[in-house]
Ligand binder design. Structure first.
Ligand code: MN
Ligand code: MN
Length: 350
């Protein structure tokens, strides 16, 4: 006997996206597949970028939760590396379990959140196995073999985009999920100070904070404190905490960022950090390694640099200064995405 069919709303159909697209579902909510590669029992990993930050991890958790609510029961959250101190503090606070760690995507289906560049994605990912992408970064050249649901919006954090998707799909946001999405926005925008912050981000935080029942600015300060606690961290951990690779017209670069309440906290570790940057440059065969030491209170960054001569010339051109003691200090510089990566791209353009 045929199971009874129910109609999905238009948004559900649109939202189910790409290879999951189907016009009907059974009352059991298990979807009919496009008789393609997909095996019903397979997991679909929702995962952010390597060196996961709070937005990457919470986007994986909150988006997997939304997909589950919409019937994609096989969606599971994952993190592409160790969780940082801020993310652990946050998940502990809202009593949300840590996601599983995914460091090898061989034969795995994935939904990418908070990134869309292969260089930042989990290792051994086959672009053919990307089911969806939800992000807020520049489009970085992933080529898929078939159409997929790809949502990229120029806002401060992936968390706000996902909060909107809950709303659009009529799925209620729990206190825990609201706390996570709110924190992602506060973290990515450095409490609204980053130039990446938009009015939408502030509006999202206002709404989510009510559901999460916390005062967003004081909770944001707690997050910042958890993130910027450097005392127990080695130079290597500081460098790798939030590190991304880029290709600037053939110049291979790594650009990391560490945010602190006071740059003086990092001064004793500066020499060891530069040493780690040199090691990383050799080991990963990079032309340059940059680390933004960002003072979130002064809203300025000391841009540490190691690299070859050509890269140094490009770096000086990008930031309009001369390297002194392996760095250039920039006032009003908080965002890698908006204030560091674009000038570097411009300086190396051929
Ligand atoms: Mn991120
Ligand atoms: Mn983000």
């Amino acid at each position: 006997m045929m199971p009874e069919l129910i109609k999905l709303s238009r948004s559900e159909i649109a939202f189910s996206g790409g290879r999951r697209a189907t016009l009907v579902s059974f009352k059991s909510k298990s979807y009919i597949n496009n008789a393609e590669v997909l095996h019903l029992t397979d997991k679909i990993y929702v995962v952010g970028h390597k060196s996961p930050d709070t937005d990457s991890v919470t986007s994986a958790i909150t988006y997997a939760n939304l997909k589950n609510a919409l019937g994609m029961k096989e969606a599971v959250p994952a993190a592409a590396g160790e969780l940082n101190g801020e993310t652990k503090f946050l998940l502990d606070y809202f009593k949300v379990p840590y996601p599983e760690k995914l460091t090898d995507a061989t034969d795995k289906q994935v939904i990418l959140v908070d990134h869309n560049e292969m260089a930042q994605a989990v290792d051994n990912l086959n672009p053919e196995n990307i089911v969806e992408i939800v992000d807020h970064h520049k489009i970085g050249g992933i080529a898929t073999g078939k159409p997929i649901f790809f949502l990229n919006e120029p806002v401060g954090a992936t968390g706000g985009i996902i909060a909107n998707l809950y709303e659009k799909n009529g799925i209620a946001i729990s206190r825990e999920m609201a706390g996570l999405m709110m924190s992602a926005i506060l973290s990515d925008t450095v409490l609204f100070k980053s130039p990446t912050c938009t009015p939408r981000d502030k509006a999202s935080v206002e709404k989510l904070a009510k559901i999460a029942a916390v005062d967003p600015m004081s909770f944001g300060m707690e997050l910042l404190k958890a993130k910027s606690n450097m005392s127990a961290k080695s130079a290597k951990e500081i460098l790798l905490g939030d590190f991304k690779k880029f290709d600037f017209s053939g110049t291979k670069a790594g650009v990391g960022q560490v945010e602190v309440m006071d740059l003086a906290d990092l001064a004793p570790k500066r020499a060891a950090i530069l040493d780690e940057m040199n090691k990383m440059k050799e080991a990963e065969k990079l032309d340059m390694v940059v680390l933004m030491l960002t003072d979130v209170m002064k809203e300025a960054s000391d841009l540490l640099f190691v690299g070859n001569d050509a890269a140094a010339a490009g770096f000086e051109k990008a930031f309009g200064g001369k390297l002194a003691n392996s760095s250039i200090y920039k006032e009003k510089c908080l965002s890698r995405k908006k204030q560091v990566v674009p000038p570097l791209e411009g300086a190396f353009k051929k």
